[in-house]
Design a protein around this ligand. Structure first.
Ligand SMILES: [Zn+2]
Length: 92
């Protein structure tokens, strides 16, 4: 008898910025996304137990991402984030 165990990442798109942001990596202006990445303990390739959660602010053009806190992710979802982050800015 054998078991196949391991870890697996699952991503969930939380929100998209309302306006285009300048990427600090590639210089592309596009709507960035806020993603929740969860690492799961998997059993026979089925994710069972969440082990670790992180939130990232990601450029869809080059997939460059920077880690943000849960509070920051919540602010982005409420539409109040990014104005004072200093790493991305709006063009309006
Ligand atoms: Zn980029």
């Amino acid at each position: 008898m054998f078991f196949i165990i391991g870890t697996k990442y699952k991503d969930k798109l939380l929100t998209e910025t309302p306006s285009s942001e300048l990427c600090m990596n590639c210089g592309e202006k596009s709507k960035h996304i806020v993603v929740r990445e969860r690492k799961y303990f998997s059993f026979f390739f089925i994710p069972i137990i969440p082990l670790h959660t992180r939130y990232v602010f990601k450029c869809p053009a080059c997939t460059y991402s920077r880690k943000i806190s849960r509070a920051e992710a919540k602010e982005y979802c409420n539409g109040t984030g990014m104005l004072d982050s200093g790493l991305a800015y709006s063009d309006n």
